[in-house]
Write a protein of this length. Structure first.
Length: 135
């Protein structure tokens, strides 16, 4: 059995709660929602280098990163981006593969509603992999 393929994904927005200019979404609130949502799954595995041995190893990804899989393809993802590590505050960056933007936006809108947050686009973050015609 072959492993699922990972389609190239680009930034389409973020889920956030702002109090003035301060991000106040808590990581624990995000992981509680993300870990139980039926549309989200573990993200695709990533490989890294073991610093002690210099050998390749599979990285254990944090529970604040989730994927969206359709059939045998990963078509979107949600990644926590910490703003204040001491207070565990931040935002959730949202990524989608070409042709799956509407589906991922719909999931993001629903998750934002459950978190009493907003889903929107921060144009200053387009460097995270916006579609070439958007950059």
């Amino acid at each position: 059995m072959s492993s699922p393929s990972v389609l190239p994904q680009y930034y389409i927005g973020q889920i956030e709660i702002l109090d003035g200019d301060t991000q106040v979404l808590k990581r624990s609130e995000w992981t509680a929602i993300a870990s139980t949502d039926s549309h989200l799954c573990d993200p695709p595995p990533r490989m890294g280098m073991n610093p002690a041995t210099g050998k390749p190893m599979r990285l254990r990804l944090p529970p604040d990163e989730r994927g969206v899989r359709v059939g045998d393809e990963y078509v979107g993802g949600f990644r926590w981006s910490g703003y204040d590590w001491k207070e565990d505050l931040g935002t959730v960056l949202v990524f989608a593969a070409d042709g799956h933007e509407d589906e991922i936006r719909s999931i993001a809108d629903r998750l934002a509603g459950a978190l009493k947050a907003e889903f929107g686009v921060d144009d200053s973050l387009m460097h995270l992999g916006g579609k070439p015609e958007q950059q």
